[in-house]
Design a protein around this ligand. Structure first.
Ligand SMILES: Cc1cc2nc3c(=O)[nH]c(=O)nc-3n(C[C@H](O)[C@H](O)[C@H](O)COP(=O)(O)OP(=O)(O)OC[C@H]3O[C@@H](n4cnc5c(N)ncnc54)[C@H](O)[C@@H]3O)c2cc1C
Length: 418
């Protein structure tokens, strides 16, 4: 790949990279996509696969800080920060605290809802492409509550969601039982989001990468690591990779949690923290319905995926650490028993950990890197990268081709942190 001239270089083969490559190729651009590993092998692989636009409250919201402080000192809780001296982490936490306000929720949630709904429409379109089979299922999303406090908070949240135009149904215990026969006695109610959907995430990302390579003329290059972006006069002039130098007209940085490190030498500071989550897949029990669940207080998602059932959760700010801590995985599975009966989690088919690229306001970054006219940054999707991946890819392509943007990208600009 020595000294190759390339039109658009997409860096990263996760959901954001493959979707950006798809909409760029569809708009007639010549695209090369590189990934340091196999395509779709990082955070976009073992996640919960929820395409849940209705669940649009950002991670930074009122009450989150006090809950996080309580959880931090409990090794079995869904949230953990490894104590360490890390200037970037302190800065991130300081920013996160500023964003935990109702004003921020009111500003961010409608934008996230809009991006999510647009993305769901795009997933429907992509499901019709020959060769794409990622089991898109739109049967809603059921949130379960095991405490009255949780249910009361949910009723308040439901009012907010309705204000943003989201369709929500609050359910009492018998109504939940009517939808889910294996619910435990501890569950006191639920919230149903009928518009939400789910997919098999790795099938989507790898399937789209195959479509790109086989039918859209995209050069897909796995195991090609970007070592540096070399700037010159307000542009990225050369991209140094493990396979040689590339001279692109434009670059899309979709490197997930690794994106901040690639931008740092250019003097662009990305407030991004990798946040580890786990998932465990088991053989799917026949009595579970074909829609996903959230075990709300425990922050565990339960998603049916063809013949598997996947449990996903926890958020650990432990840096670039991929280790699977059995104690935390066991705690995640113990939480399942609190909400569901007749679900045996002892026979695991797969246990996985991935790093979510988290911004401090819970809103992704989609836009030009300040000072670089040919560099678009598309990262920071935290817990919503699958939900908003297609819409993000479309926005990225529209920004680069100068087409009319399907939504105002101002809420996603990187400059909001400066
Ligand atoms: C447990 C868990 C459950 C989740 N559940 C959901 C869910 O239900 N719904 C949802 O919407 N989201 C969910 N998420 C979040 C979602 O998985 C992420 O937001 C999304 O996968 C991020 O995609 P990405 O493309 O930005 O990053 P990634 O998938 O991490 O892709 C980035 C890619 O860039 C490549 N890369 C990085 N640096 C370089 C380099 N220097 N050179 C070359 N390549 C490089 C990496 O190898 C990687 O493949 C979940 C996450 C976790 C951990």
């Amino acid at each position: 790949m020595s000294d190759q001239a390339v039109d658009v270089l997409v860096l990263g083969g996760g959901v954001i990279g493959v979707c950006s490559a798809y909409y760029l190729a569809r708009a007639g651009r010549r695209v090369t996509l590189v990934d340091m590993g196999a395509v779709g092998s990082a955070c976009s692989y073992g996640n919960a696969g929820l395409i849940d636009p209705s669940h649009c409250m950002p991670l930074a919201a009122p009450g989150v800080i006090s809950k996080a402080l309580r959880w931090m000192f409990n090794a079995d809780s869904p949230f953990y920060i490894r104590p360490r001296w890390d200037k970037d982490l302190f800065h991130w936490l300081w920013l996160f605290r500023q964003y935990c306000t109702l004003a921020h929720v009111d500003a961010a949630a409608p934008q996230l809802y809009r991006l999510g709904m647009a993305s769901l429409d795009l997933y429907r379109e992509l499901a019709g492409l020959p060769g794409m089979d990622f089991a898109l299922t739109q049967k809603g999303f059921l949130l379960l509550y095991a405490t009255l406090g949780g249910l009361t908070q949910a009723a308040r949240e439901a009012k907010l969601l309705q204000r943003y135009g989201v369709k929500v149904q609050m359910l009492d215990r018998p109504q939940v039982r009517g939808m889910l026969s294996c619910v435990s006695d501890q569950v006191c109610g639920g919230m149903f989001l009928p518009h939400d959907a789910h997919i098999i995430p790795d099938r989507f990302v790898r399937g789209l990468a195959q479509v790109l390579a086989a039918h859209m003329g995209v050069s897909v290059c796995p195991f090609t690591e970007v070592k540096a972006l070399v700037p010159e006069a307000g542009r990225v002039r050369v991209v140094k990779t493990s396979m040689g130098d590339i001279k692109p007209n434009a670059v899309v940085l979709a490197g997930g949690s690794w994106s901040a490190e690639l931008l740092r030498p250019l003097g662009v500071r990305l407030p991004l923290q990798p946040a580890k989550g786990y998932s465990v897949s088991i053989a799917r029990p026949a009595h579970l319905p074909d829609f996903p669940l959230l075990l709300t207080e425990a922050k565990v998602c339960v998603t049916p995926m063809a013949d598997r059932l996947r449990f996903a959760g926890t958020l650990e700010l432990t840096g670039f650490d991929f280790s699977i801590r059995e104690r935390r995985v066991a705690a995640l599975l113990r939480a399942v028993k609190q909400y569901l009966v007749r679900v045996d989690t002892s026979e695991r088919l797969e246990t996985w950990a991935g790093l979510r690229p988290c911004t401090p306001d819970g809103v992704p970054i989609i836009g030009r890197a300040p000072g670089f006219e040919n560099l678009i940054v598309a990262t920071g999707h935290a817990m919503i990268g699958m939900r908003t991946g297609t819409g993000t890819g479309k926005l990225v392509a529209q920004m680069l081709t100068g087409e009319i943007l399907f939504m105002d990208p101002a809420p996603f600009r990187l400059e909001r942190f400066f």
